[in-house]
Design a binder for this molecule. Structure first.
Ligand SMILES: [Fe+2]
Ligand SMILES: [Fe+2]
Length: 190
């Protein structure tokens, strides 16, 4: 599929606001790839397709995960929405013909993160938080970091904000998010 065909297919499958969000993440990811040195085409495709599994309703996600041999952990069982990242990482090949391990990994990791994330992984995670349609208290502060900080400094702030957010909601903290943040702190370059 060409990128144009991917866009059309995605538009057909997602509701309007989710598609607009996807375009926002794709464009933001390209800008971040330019700034921090990642493949711009991969950034666009990963951003575009990162939420492709959101075509399923939340209550369909566990069955869709099982269908693909995805293991469902305790946190995912309690919050099935998280499964869209792992399902999406496979659907890009099934539906959109994208056979690229880096893009797939970035989509897999876009919601809860992981230890040792690649530049593309970090870009997609952060683009998802700051794309232009996002509107929540503090988003402007996160956007402003792009011109001031390194990608790792930005990503550390993003992870900390995510953890604070879920803790304040009394929600579960996914261990992968803690692993992502600890990895950054333990491997900080001076
Ligand atoms: Fe997502
Ligand atoms: Fe998203």
């Amino acid at each position: 599929m060409t990128v144009d065909e991917m866009r059309r297919e995605l538009q057909r499958r997602l509701k309007k606001s989710r598609f607009a969000h996807s375009i926002g993440v794709a464009n933001t990811a390209v800008a971040l790839a330019k700034k921090f040195g990642a493949d711009e085409t991969k950034a666009y495709i990963a951003g575009l397709l990162h939420d492709c599994a959101r075509e399923f309703e939340n209550d369909e996600l566990p069955a869709q995960a099982k269908l693909r041999g995805i293991e469902i952990g305790d946190v995912e069982r309690a919050m099935p929405l998280l499964l869209h990242a792992y399902i999406g990482a496979q659907m890009i090949t099934e539906i959109y013909g994208v056979d690229d391990a880096e893009i797939s990994q970035a989509i897999y990791r876009h919601t809860v993160g992981a230890a040792n994330m690649s530049t593309l992984d970090k870009i997609i995670y952060f683009a998802d938080m700051i794309e232009p349609n996002r509107n929540y208290p503090g988003v402007e502060n996160l956007r402003a970091l792009v011109d001031e900080k390194s990608l790792d400094e930005i990503f550390l702030t993003a992870l900390s904000e995510s953890i604070i957010f879920v803790v304040q909601k009394n929600s579960l903290v996914h261990p992968a998010t803690v692993a992502a943040r600890n990895f950054l702190l333990l491997n900080k370059r001076e």
